[in-house]
Design a protein around this ligand. Sequence first.
Ligand code: ADP
Ligand code: MG
Length: 279
Amino acid sequence: MSDAESLSGSETTDADGAAEESTSTAPLRVENLRKRFGGIVAVDGASFAVDAGSITGLIGPNGAGKSTTFNLITGVERPDEGRVLLNGEEITGMSPERVVDRGLVRTFQIARELPEMTVIENMMLAPKAQLGESLWRSVLPGTRGRVVEQEEELRERAWETLEFFDLDHLGEEYAGGLSGGQRKLLELARALLTDPDVLLLDEPMAGVNPSLERRLLEHVHTLEEEGYTFLLVEHDMDVIMNHCEHVIVMHQGRVLAEGQAAEIRENEEVIEAYLGGTV
Ligand code: ADP
Ligand code: MG
């Protein structure tokens, strides 16, 4: 309970937020989400909020309901009950495309890269963001003043994004030739082209070698500092403990615990859930 209360935005120094709902500063919030598949309750009243400009980890033993929660947030599945709020507005039940338009993207939600096409061509296939003011624009130094064709501006932005990820030298290569780790970077690069506020990452480190993993995490931290918000499902506990400010633990479709990584590591119920569960 006290953990949930500490998340409720009470630490905001912004006085004008006080009149609004208590968690209005959280770009992503889910309330009492519930989803049943036949006799199985995959998500059973899950509520949590994800703070702006943070990396939050979502963990739990196999079958805890993490993937279903991601599906409910991204519009892949419709909840039986509960709400999903993005920047304070309800997006519950919206199609995945509309959810992306609203500013929330899950990396693998974007179609997989096409191996027969070049990296830059794959970038151009990402769902198109609205051009103009955007968080991404503010990350890249110096806006171009000239008026350009939209396609040209998108291409330019795609190249800048590749450059940010040190992938520009691979821009004209076939995507099929990329390593697993480079593919993960490309996935993140393509997700950024949709101009999101919130990114959901589903096991971004799976199959990534240690040096690329470090690079990927550095990029995530840079983006976090720029104001992007990340919710991360990751099985590698070292990644969770070392890179997430806040950790949410799901178990049997519910939020079992949440708090700082160090607290979570010591939490008896969490230890029990992992040891006693079907991990
Ligand atoms: P996690 O990602 O934490 O491992 P899931 O969300 O994948 O957990 O699954 C939660 C529970 O819901 C599991 O018991 C799983 O078998 C069940 N489940 C998930 N998706 C479906 C589905 N489409 N149909 C039936 N059962 C499902
Ligand atoms: Mg899963």
